[in-house]
Design a protein around this ligand. Structure first.
Ligand SMILES: *Cc1c(COP(=O)(O)O)cnc(C)c1O
Length: 464
């Protein structure tokens, strides 16, 4: 307890961290050399580290703290639920009040006839559930060979064996024997990097039609489902051309394959509607939820399933589940988070005010000499760093070197902004104020200036 409440000096914490704590997606030896930043508290959109430095968290943690940090109501609900019923499972023909209430609430919020909820502990687990759901669905319908899931390169669907196989991250596939069989990847709708001479809309159609080609090549009787994030998050906030999703929807309808929308980032207001599917007119059979479902206050994930798929699954025993499926404390936390989102009209405020305001300010970054394009959708933003915007050029050095320099300059200037390759991305808490958006963009500009100056000094403003 004393270690947490009244912590030792930063250097001591860093030494313990380096000695015992293996960080995700981290070269731990390199981290041990410099020492981890230790975050000790957070309020609203602001983080404080163990040395008392403050940062504006433009990433909402990992895309999840939609309602902002430090909401006492959530802490109180969690404490009350822990006293009342800290744990019980939903196996063995039992249920509990928070699990029932959250399932019913999600059925109410989710579009169309997405009325059935299978709970998990994370987005990765929910996507593993989805693999088993769609394959079991077709097997139950007498088509067990209809088991291939089509996904996209550079998609992110989680880090477990199944979900990372759905994902299209090459560095992940290189470790541990991924992907699992019968997952097929098509190209992503990333116009800036891959669009060549095509217009955005032409390119969106071309990329969507890769799905049709893949179905024809693999055989419609082999393809179970397509999975996609409405907007790819971890891939670099890849905002698809407007032509993309309608064409994907047409193809899924025409060939009778299930459509899974991975809403782990896009859900709960991120794109200005409750779900990214609503922003893009997607009619999924299954939605994956996590992150903003609890605003990160407790780990939870869920698969929300349409009537047709649920009817088939419910007619057999589905041999799947997690100890913490529908955990009562996390379910109570998620319900309270949803209450706050609804009662404080946070999603409407995003659509009507915060997103347009952020969009306008963020677009101004396109005037910086280091920036190629600056885009937002709802409360997600992305800028491409480039030595030559008109050519959409990449830097001559290793991809990601410039992004990393920029990220470090952000930290030095009190801003948490993530880099994906040489792209900088944001996804701030939805409750960020106008003044905080101004500060975010000012600090981003300063970090870009510092990065630009360093690149010029080191002779790195060169195209590949
Ligand atoms: C983060 C993420 C996941 C994985 O969620 P975890 O809770 O980290 O397992 C899945 N899909 C998308 C789109 C994500 O961004």
């Amino acid at each position: 307890m004393t270690l947490i409440a009244n912590h030792p000096p930063t250097a001591e914490l860093q030494a313990l961290d380096a000695a015992h704590h293996m960080h995700p997606f981290t070269h731990n030896d390199e981290l041990a050399e410099k020492g981890a930043r230790v975050i000790t508290r957070a309020r609203g959109v602001t983080l404080t580290d163990s040395d008392g430095n403050e940062y504006l968290d433009a990433m909402a943690g990992l895309w999840c703290v939609n309602i902002g940090y430090g909401r006492d109501e959530i802490a109180e609900v969690a404490a009350r639920q822990m006293r009342e019923l800290p744990y019980y499972n939903t196996f063995f023909q039992t249920s509990h009040v928070p699990g029932i209430a959250l399932a019913a609430k999600l059925a109410e919020l989710a579009p169309g006839d997405l009325n059935h909820v299978f709970f998990a502990g994370s987005g990765s687990e929910a996507n593993d559930t989805n693999i088993r759901l769609v394959r079991t669905y077709w097997a139950q319908k007498g088509q067990p060979e209809k088991n291939i899931i089509i996904s996209r390169k550079n998609a992110y669907h989680g880090s477990s064996m199944g979900s990372a196989s759905l994902g299209g991250m090459t560095p992940m596939h290189e470790q541990g024997g991924l992907p699992i069989p019968d997952v097929h990847h098509i190209d992503q709708p990333h116009w800036w990097d891959e669009g060549g001479e095509m217009s955005r809309e032409e390119f969106g159609l071309e990329r969507a039609r890769q799905l049709e080609k893949a179905i024809q090549e693999l055989g419609p009787d082999r393809v179970a489902a397509f999975i996609g994030e409405p907007v790819q998050g971890a891939g670099g906030v890849v905002i698809p051309p407007d032509s993309y999703w309608p064409e994907i929807q047409r193809i899924c309808d025409e060939y009778g394959i299930l459509l899974i929308a991975d809403e782990v980032i896009c859900g709960f207001g991120r794109t200005g509607k409750w779900f990214g599917s609503q922003t893009y007119g997607i009619r999924p059979h299954i939605m994956t939820l996590a992150k903003g479902l609890s605003s990160g206050y407790a780990p939870i994930g869920a698969s929300v399933v349409c009537e047709e798929v649920a009817a088939v699954i419910d007619a057999c025993e589905f041999n799947h589940g997690y100890t913490y499926s529908g955990h009562p404390v996390t379910a109570a936390v998620a319900l309270e988070n949803l209450r706050i989102l609804e009662e404080e009209n946070i999603v409407d405020r995003v659509a009507e005010h915060a997103a347009p305001y952020l969009g306008e300010k963020w677009a101004g970054l396109a005037d910086h000499p280091l920036v190629g394009e600056a885009r937002t959708i709802g409360m997600m933003g992305t800028i491409a760093l480039t030595p030559d915007a008109s050519a959409r050029a990449k830097f001559a050095g290793n991809a990601g070197d410039v992004g990393l320099i920029c990220r470090e300059n952000c930290f030095q200037n009190g801003l948490v902004m993530r880099h994906v390759g040489d792209r900088m991305i944001i996804s701030p808490p939805l409750v960020i104020t106008d003044a905080e958006i101004d500060t975010l963009v000012e600090r981003a500009w300063t970090a870009l200036d510092l990065t630009h100056a360093k690149l010029k000094a080191d002779g790195l403003m060169k195209s590949a």
